[in-house]
Design a protein around this ligand. Structure first.
Ligand code: IMP
Ligand code: MG
Length: 177
């Protein structure tokens, strides 16, 4: 098993890059079946940059892309406090909006994103997340498309960080206990 050391913690390989890409392609195909009009994909930064990029390459229908950046996380525990750093700039009124999330944990970030987007009057908002921790999720908003349902354990790699380290790892690693 491959291991990486980031700051004070050790992480062990959890999901390979190949497996991630297969799942991203599967998600893109599912969403492709779901869209009726030209969708707006909103990639959540920073964590969603790799997922958003591979999803975009796998999605073959016309689409518009935008970004949103919130900050909610400190260390390996969610703080519940969410701040907007970059807002969407596309006009999404009456548009089919799909939020491309790297990971949904407690759902605090997602709730904030949905609140912000709803004010812009889209036709609908659906959630596409690569990783989802159902045991940590505290909200009622449905997770429409999820790549991997994972246990309540901290992961890094493929865009996800531990205090800004580990984002560039191709594979995903899990905190070693
Ligand atoms: P939530 O608001 O608790 O759902 O947390 C969502 C945000 O926390 C994500 O967008 C990530 O930035 C971060 N996060 C949650 N779980 C993890 C993890 O396991 N690894 C890295 N970042 C995480
Ligand atoms: Mg995120």
């Amino acid at each position: 098993m491959k291991e990486v050391r980031l700051h004070d913690k050790t992480f062990v390989e959890f999901i390979s890059h190949e497996e991630i890409l297969q799942t991203v392609r599967k998600l893109a195909a599912e969403v492709e079946q779901d869209v009726e009009d030209i969708p707006v994909f909103i990639i959540t930064l920073k964590g969603g940059f790799m997922f958003g990029s591979d999803f975009a390459k796998a999605f073959t229908k016309p689409a518009v892309f935008d970004f949103i950046r919130l900050k909610s996380y400190r260390d390996t525990e969610s703080t519940g406090d969410v701040q907007v750093l970059v807002d969407v700039t596309e006009d999404i009124e009456n548009k089919e909006v799909y939020v491309l999330e790297d990971i949904v944990d407690t759902g605090n970030t997602l709730e904030k994103i949905i609140g912000l987007l709803k004010e812009k009057k889209p036709k609908f908002i659906k959630i596409v997340t690569l990783f989802y921790k159902p045991d940590a999720y505290e909200k009622a908003y449905p997770i429409d498309f999820s790549g991997f349902e994972i246990p309540k354990k901290f992961i890094v790699g493929y865009g996800l960080d531990y205090n800004e380290k580990g984002r560039n790892l191709k594979d995903v690693y899990q905190l070693k206990m």
